[in-house]
Design a protein around this ligand. Structure first.
Ligand SMILES: Nc1nc2c(ncn2[C@@H]2O[C@H](COP(=O)(O)OP(=O)(O)O[C@H]3O[C@H](CO)[C@@H](O)[C@H](O)[C@@H]3O)[C@@H](O)[C@H]2O)c(=O)[nH]1
Length: 317
């Protein structure tokens, strides 16, 4: 069994590669010329990397002609919500066109892989209080260019299933964290600041943005297990929430991480961290996915944050 991971050098990609390799699956990952291999260096002897710019349709077709994967996990995307307000055109172009080139290559080459499109809970956007936890039937009310790009990816997946009968499964994944999480995201940002303070690299002040937002946090290792199961057991053309069903205020992320720290820290709001519009509550109902796969998250919120903090302590050592 051969799997292709787009975005293999990213946070989720590196964990997914580890998971698939542990199951005896052959893994190939696409990288760009300037990609850092930091997160996957330990896996390099066991897998194959293919330099391929997803924005280049000919390069994608050449890569697919050669790799001919049985499973495709399409993770590559601009995934940082605030960057999408600074660079909306780049976010939409990257996220949409990369996927179109991938799906077009599959169609033109008459390949029959199972494809997972990593969509996002951010698509639900401005959820109303009586809609929580959200099911897949909830209206989508996006409030960031990133969310709009993910809706486009989501519906392109649906359209290619309907028009060309490709085996495409779409997942709307809620927030996930754990070791190797990019430092711009909230859990990792707070954890890195704590590790830096503990090591005396910066004064004992931790800067935060909006602590009132509520998110549904999972561990990445649970999420990659879910992705594999999605291609094994889920119905093509369908959309599935991957969530824990539990909402936590960002304030709670901060409190739990501060509880693990070995030093006294003062918290200060940094106004540059506030967003032009911020989704207030995102909590998912994952009943549909559970019924199809039997998956439930196994790693607790506290464990995930503790592992993340230890990751940064180790990285900064
Ligand atoms: N990044 C960041 N967020 C902060 C901070 N302080 C508070 N927050 C709040 O913490 C929440 C989560 O922010 P992120 O960790 O940046 O994640 P996200 O915007 O919810 O998006 C992530 O999850 C999506 C799934 O729902 C993913 O699709 C997306 O790519 C990303 O991983 C937001 O409400 C944000 O305003 C801070 O210092 N930094």
């Amino acid at each position: 069994m051969k799997a292709l991971i787009t975005g293999i050098t990213g946070f989720v990609g590196s964990h997914l590669a580890e998971h698939l390799l542990s199951q005896g699956i052959e893994v190939t990952g696409t990288i760009r010329s300037h990609s850092s291999l930091r997160h996957i260096r330990h896996l390099l002897p066991d897998m194959r990397l293919y330099e391929c710019e997803l924005m280049d349709p000919d390069a994608v077709e050449r890569m697919m002609t050669e790799v001919r994967p049985d499973l495709i996990f399409h993770l590559a995307a601009q995934s940082y919500v605030p960057l999408s307000w600074e660079s909306p055109a780049e976010t939409l172009t990257n996220n949409i066109m990369g996927q179109i080139h991938l799906l077009e290559a599959i169609r033109k080459l008459d390949l029959t892989p199972k494809v997972l499109i990593a969509c996002s809970s951010e698509e639900y956007g401005q959820v109303q209080e009586d809609e929580v936890p959200v099911t897949e039937m909830n209206p989508l009310r996006p409030i960031s260019p990133y969310a709009v790009s993910k809706i486009a990816q989501d519906y392109l997946g649906y359209q290619y299933y309907k028009t060309y009968n490709l085996h495409i499964v779409r997942t709307r994944t809620f927030n996930h964290s754990g070791p190797r999480r990019g430092e711009q995201f909230v859990t990792s940002n707070f954890a890195k600041q704590i590790a830096e303070i503990e090591k005396g690299f910066k004064p004992p002040v931790l800067y935060v943005g909006n602590l009132d937002a509520t998110r549904d946090f999972m561990d990445v290792r649970d999420v990659v297990r879910a992705y594999r199961m999605a291609l094994d057991y889920c119905q093509p053309g369908e959309i599935y929430n991957i969530a824990s069903g539990q909402g936590r205020e960002v304030r709670e992320v901060l409190q739990v991480l501060l509880g693990f720290s070995t030093v006294d820290i003062t918290v200060e709001e940094d106004k540059t961290r506030l967003r032009p519009s911020d989704v207030k509550v995102l909590v998912g109902d994952y009943t549909k996915f559970y019924r199809q796969t039997g998956w439930t998250p196994e790693i607790s919120f506290e464990q995930s944050l503790n592992d993340l903090l230890n990751y940064w302590r180790h990285e900064l050592a």
